[in-house]
Design a protein around this ligand. Structure first.
Ligand SMILES: C[S@@+](CC[C@H](N)C(=O)[O-])C[C@H]1O[C@@H](n2cnc3c(N)ncnc32)[C@H](O)[C@@H]1O
Length: 248
């Protein structure tokens, strides 16, 4: 029977929701009985569908890590998210300027306090579910232009996503905010590493700078690891090939 993919409450442009069945098909063939490791977890969609009891999930973006740690330690619950989104959604709906004024208020508040709930708000009220940070680590995606964004059906959808994610995260899952080079070397031969790094030569933001040196370091660390690994990357687009594939 085909399983339904667990969809995370936060969004980003690199999200692999549609590739999950394919990635897990490859992972199943590895018959790993160790940990699921993601040095670049992003939204976490792959991990949440991995079925592993033990996981090591890492990202340089602290907001992602704090958000999921909050779900793990119970400071963010479905009830808290519901209450927060109802309250903030009402303010967005009744704000001046078709919601723009309130979106900006939440954005400015997040850029000072970095609250995980405001992070969720921005992720779900930003343009096209994108996540991007400016030169000072400030939220850099504009409003989706929908003042009624947090209607009841949408809130229920997000709250259900929080519940679902909460049900798969257990105490054997570890979330860390480090560079990938601190994560890959800790993998043992029983583990499986899923690597989904920023794509060399594509977009860059505060948490997604990716150089040729990073690409080489990743190559070296994956060459040395005793764990099995899966690497997502890009092959070519309309303009050019990913030269790193040939090089490394
Ligand atoms: C392509 S996204 C991962 C998407 C994820 N697989 C998903 O489905 O949502 C790459 C992630 O790597 C993180 N990242 C960028 N540079 C990093 C580094 N040097 N070490 C660890 N994580 C990094 C970014 O913050 C971003 O979340």
């Amino acid at each position: 029977m085909e399983m339904k993919t667990i969809v995370p409450p936060i969004k980003s442009q690199g999200i692999k929701t549609k590739l999950v069945p394919w990635i897990m098909d490859v992972a199943d063939k590895a018959h790993s009985n160790g940990k699921w490791i993601e040095p670049f977890m992003g939204t976490g969609v792959v991990a949440f569908n991995s079925g592993f009891k033990e996981a090591l999930l890492n990202d340089t973006n602290p907001h992602i890590i704090n958000f999921y740690k909050g779900i793990q330690d119970g400071t963010i619950t479905p009830a808290i998210v519901k209450h927060y989104l109802e309250k903030e959604g009402k303010k967005l709906l009744t704000a001046d300027d078709n919601g723009y004024a309130y979106f900006k208020e939440v954005r400015d508040r997040f850029n000072k306090d970095f609250s995980s709930l405001d992070f969720l708000f921005l992720s779900r009220a930003g343009f096209n579910g994108m996540m991007r940070f400016g030169g000072k680590g400030n939220w850099n995606i504009p409003f989706c232009k929908k003042p009624n964004r947090f209607n009841q059906a949408y809130i229920t959808k997000i709250v259900n996503q929080v519940s679902k994610v909460k049900s798969v995260i257990n105490n054997h899952w570890i979330f860390t905010n480090k560079n990938f080079s601190d994560i890959i070397p800790v993998a043992t031969k029983d583990d499986i590493i899923y690597c989904d790094p920023p794509y060399f030569g594509r977009y860059v933001d505060y948490y997604n700078g990716w150089t040729e040196q990073d690409e080489e370091l990743l190559f070296n660390l994956l060459s040395e690891t005793r764990a099995k690994f899966i690497l997502s990357t890009w092959h070519h687009n309309d303009y050019r090939d990913n030269e790193m594939i040939k090089k490394l």
